[in-house]
Design a protein around this ligand. Structure first.
Ligand code: P1T
Length: 383
């Protein structure tokens, strides 16, 4: 019954049951590393908390439910979840990814896994031909991030999955910016959906956590093996906080989207703003894909000022009072960031500028405050 629920009920009930010991409605924080056995192997399904923990398991079931998948896995961070996916591959394998993605993902690919013999190609993924041209017998994975961080490009998950399938290439989607409230990559044909649950899923900027959800049993078995063998798991307290965050995901996302819509339109009309990157605009190059693939346009946007340079943008960011200057996104509070010097500093300047991450770019994670206060803050900072 619970898996047939609508999304707004799955966030609260998906995969959840009252705790077996005392009927606790919220899963207790099982802060234990190990479990008593009556005889070797005589246990209640839990041996050691790297392998399984009841609080983490409750979260993993919730994650699978809200992504409409069968198998959920929780990790110590979004990057730890990505690390587990890359460990499915072998030296010589090739990966195609987008040329605009979170700087830390780019760093993991190029500074860690290239040394282990994986080969990465970075291309503009809104043109499918760019991907087709790179596919060969060594291609094993297409890594999609959509909307992209921070340029807000939207990539067609269904089209890429259809392109990959005949070649036996896995498609993984980083769904961090959208959240499963807005788009569900597995239902669009992807094989793996990944989250920095640090962001919208946990939603309160108090946890660092990552997740993977899959449908393919054999692939899930391998991910489960890697999760236990490599050990990059999250603890029970962080699992509990993320589970609690997920219960209000649908309500928060609705307000994030409404507020970002109002701010994107405010900035677009502002005489000092050159360009606003937000997929809800009809003239956004991927607007049609966004409209089909996503339920709404999300809480993230980026912009550049007219004739603005590095120092002009820094001045605006420093003047903001309600928007906090900080890394990260997806929490209830609004944040502003400077991708070139913060989240994307690990991407070489020439590469990041090619995808639009110029020194004057400002990124906003629009929170769920009263939007009138957020606009007033932007007004006083931009002038
Ligand atoms: O920080 P962590 O939980 O390890 O997640 C990494 C990550 C992966 N994918 C995307 C799209 C992300 O945005 C992130 C983390 N991003 C930031 C910290 C940021 O401010 O953009």
């Amino acid at each position: 019954m619970k898996e047939k629920l609508h999304f707004n009920s799955k966030t609260i009930h998906g995969g959840q049951q009252p705790d077996k010991a005392y009927g606790a409605v919220m899963p207790p924080i099982y802060q234990t590393s190990t479990y008593a056995q009556t005889t070797p192997g005589g246990h209640k399904g839990f041996e050691y908390s790297r392998t399984h923990n009841p609080t983490r398991q409750a979260l993993e079931k919730s994650l699978a439910s809200i992504e409409s998948g069968k198998f959920g896995f929780a990790f110590g961070s979004g990057l730890a979840a990505m690390d587990a996916v890359l460990k499915l591959l072998k030296p010589g394998d090739e990966i195609i990814s987008t040329d605009d993605l979170y700087g830390g993902s780019y760093r993991l690919f190029t500074k860690i896994f290239e040394d282990f013999g994986l080969k990465f190609h970075f291309v503009g993924m809104d043109n499918l031909q760019n991907i087709s041209l790179l596919i060969n017998e060594k291609t094993k994975l297409i890594w999609v991030e959509t909307p992209t961080n921070p340029m807000m490009n939207v990539i067609d998950i269904k089209a890429i999955s259809a392109l990959a399938k005949p070649h036996g290439i896995f498609v993984a989607v980083d769904n961090t910016f959208a959240s499963p409230y807005l788009q569900q990559p597995l239902t669009l044909g992807a094989d793996i959906v990944m989250h920095s649950a640090t962001k919208y899923l946990a939603g309160h900027s108090d946890v660092v956590l990552g997740s993977l959800v899959l449908n393919n049993e054999a692939l899930a078995e391998r991910i489960g093996f890697i999760q236990n063998a490599s050990g990059a798991i999250c603890g029970p307290m962080d699992s509990f906080l993320t589970l609690r965050g997920i219960k209000t995901l649908h309500v928060r996302m609705q307000r994030h989207c409404e507020n970002a819509n109002a701010i994107a339109n405010y900035l677009k009309k502002h005489s000092k703003i050159e360009k606003v990157y937000w997929p809800g605009f009809e003239d956004h190059p991927n607007h049609q894909v966004a409209k089909t693939q996503m339920k709404d346009f999300g809480g993230m946007l980026s912009f550049v000022t007219k004739g603005g340079d590095y120092s002009a943008s820094i001045k605006i960011i420093e003047k903001l009072k309600l928007f906090t200057l900080a890394e990260s996104l997806g929490g209830v509070e609004s944040l502003a960031g400077h991708p070139a010097s913060m989240t994307h500093a690990s991407i070489p300047k020439n590469l990041r500028e090619k995808s639009g991450v110029v020194d004057s770019l400002i990124r906003l994670s629009v929170g769920i405050e009263d939007v009138r206060d957020l606009i007033a803050d932007l007004k006083q900072a931009i002038g």
